[in-house]
Design a protein around this ligand. Structure first.
Ligand code: FMN
Length: 215
């Protein structure tokens, strides 16, 4: 089928998108309200921006009533009523159940931490805590928030990185088997990331000559 996104219902666009762009890593974002309430929420519109500087992005929709989600309020810069800081905890198999539960919408003055069996641990540079159950945590400062229709892309610079020692070898390579990150598929489905294969970049030596001659 050939589809014009403008002619589709938002729910159809959503289902086609999240069923096709798979798997998506899951940012488990810990943020802090100006009143000091810890907020936790998962975001799978999440990816790396680049490594110079080390930067990450995730994208937040509006609440059904079109107001900002709590995470967006908290990560906005101080000039816009937020703290401008947050932690992206990487989602792994050992605590995926709590991550899914943390998507429960709670009032702004309530913390998901009060409902979940998760352990806040002090961050090194930013005020919101990281989550001790996560083997990798990126402490971020908000660089830019880019509105895209009903979404806001939050771009953050990583100002400190926590990673469990046993995950990294002496050549700085992360053991992704041990990391056991979880990916989000469509609906309520998730996937493991431990079934990998290797392909070298570029042409293999026997393909260095063009096989098709241009006219
Ligand atoms: C695995 C998973 C991934 C999600 N990804 C996103 C996302 O990328 N963007 C978004 O706006 N909401 C996403 N959600 C929904 C939010 O987590 C949910 O709206 C949450 O209540 C927001 O919390 P907050 O208001 O405390 O920020 C996701 C939910 C789950 C379970």
């Amino acid at each position: 089928m050939e589809l014009d996104p403008k002619s589709l219902e938002p729910a159809t666009r959503y289902k086609l998108l999240i069923g096709s762009v798979v798997p998506r890593p899951i940012a488990f974002v810990s943020s802090l309200s100006p009143q000091g309430i810890v907020n936790l929420a998962p975001f799978s519109y999440f990816n790396a921006v680049g490594h110079s500087p080390l930067a990450l992005m995730f994208s937040i929709s509006k609440k059904p009533d079109k107001t900002d989600k709590d995470t967006l309020r908290n990560v906005r810069p101080a000039t816009e009523g937020g703290l401008g800081e947050y932690v992206i905890n990487l989602t792994v198999e050992s605590y995926i159940q709590q991550v899914a539960e943390a998507s429960e919408p709670l009032p702004f003055d309530e913390s998901e931490l009060d409902y979940l069996d998760l352990t806040p641990a002090p961050s090194q540079v930013v005020r919101p805590p990281r989550i001790a159950e996560s083997p990798v945590a990126f402490e971020c400062r908000t660089l830019q928030i880019v509105p895209v229709g009903e979404f806001n892309i939050v771009i953050g610079q990583v100002v400190h990185l926590f990673i469990q020692d046993e995950l990294v070898d002496d050549r700085d390579r992360v053991n992704t088997d041990k990391l056991a990150a979880v990916g989000r598929m469509a609906g309520h489905d998730y996937c493991y990331t431990r079934d990998c294969f290797t392909i070298p970049n570029g042409f293999p030596p026997d393909k260095k000559q063009p096989s098709k001659q241009r006219k």
